[in-house]
Design a protein around this ligand. Sequence first.
Ligand code: 13P
Length: 251
Amino acid sequence: MPRKPFIAGNWKMHNTIEQTKTLAAAVKAAANPNNAEVMIAPVFTALSAAAQALKGSDIILSAQDCFFEEKGAFTSQISAGQVKDAGCTHVILGHSERRALFGDSDEIINKKIKAAVKQGLKVVFCIGETLAEREENRTMTVLTRQIEAGLDGLSKEDLKDLIVAYEPVWAIGTGKTATPAMAQETHCQIRALLSAKFTAPFAGAVRILYGGSVKADNVDALMAQADIDGVLVGGQSLEAQNFARIIGYQK
Ligand code: 13P
């Protein structure tokens, strides 16, 4: 079975509620010639408004994170259930900015994935190495650790809707993209890791997205790679026209 392409915009800490509604409406209006699943991840405060704006469309709404506890005295945190209540079906977990800036360890990410799965949320699980790790030839060691620890204790049934996003940290927001060949090689290795940890059919069905400086003029070459099933876009997903061009990538 071919894997359905998946094009996602991570809006990070951008946009007011009004701006979110406008941009969501533009994404809703964009042509989708590849019949891709399209996802947007606005800030928490704009999720409900985005859910309203997306009504009547197939655009997927995602949060950018959630906490692992269900409720309680956890000032500032938002649970998986609350993310769902705001209208999300998906949640991004393990983003490198969460890992690097907010202390999300593999163990914390694992707890968050379990909490999300328990609520029936679909997880976009981000992994990726830093520049130093790549230069020291430790890319596969790091990705293996992130997958093993991040998905520890979860069965392939728990993870039937899993989406993996490979985002080399050195390519995020830097304008440096992994070459399509480099990304393809790593995606293929990630699929092999998933095959060894779960099963070959499981690994064959999981969508693996590439993220890191994806833009209108490199998306076609990335999407032409056999193991790149989609993209997770930061900066360029904030510009309606650019994101529309990315959604309409040409193979
Ligand atoms: P950029 O597309 O801005 O490099 O961000 C990538 C990213 O982190 C998406 O989650």
